[in-house]
Design a protein around this ligand. Sequence first.
Ligand code: ADE
Length: 228
Amino acid sequence: MRIDIISVVPELLHSPLQHSIMKRAQEKGLLEVHIHDLREFGIGNYRQVDDYQFGGGAGMVLMPEPLANCLDALMAERTYDEIIYLTPDGETFNQKIANQLSLKENLILIAGHYKGIDERIREHYVTRELSIGDYVLSGGELPALVVVDAVGRLLPGVLNDETSALFDSFQDDLLAPPVYTRPADFRGWKVPDVLLSGNFRKIEEWRYEQALKRTRERRPDLLPPEEE
Ligand code: ADE
């Protein structure tokens, strides 16, 4: 999968993609992330990318021309499945959307800034708008990284133990069950006996019950009505 990210603060994007699972995904050739500095498509000597909003009001807006030129340059090279704009008024990102996106070949993520991007780019280029939650961040870079991470780890071969993504919280609309590691007794706080029993059927049953219990307590909205 290839993901292109367009940003006015590309420096924000580099480090989080150079470690851990995202690093491995790229090293294995399963994920390519290309970061584009919108300023390279800026206008005039000052490489202007933003301007005051028509009608007045505080805050700058990313101009249509640099974005359109950057998008045109990318779209001339390959076909993109989705052009995604990260914005607090988008559809709320979740595991289901991450799963859908993980099946795509080429994605563009546009990280907005200031008051956002000119509406005409949203109308004529953007195919999907995503928010990572009901709060406002200073730009779309962190949300873009959230999307890359959530999607990238789902690509086949990225996780060592391929089954582990299947048991993540939300993957089956249940939160993940509790996990324990050694020692079995820490300050008198004991690991549940069943996990030490070696009885894998029992362990699976216990994990499922715990997942259900946790979901009922914390996120009953995830459960179908009969299980609540
Ligand atoms: N840009 C600013 N806040 C955002 C959010 N919550 N989700 C996506 N993009 C954003």
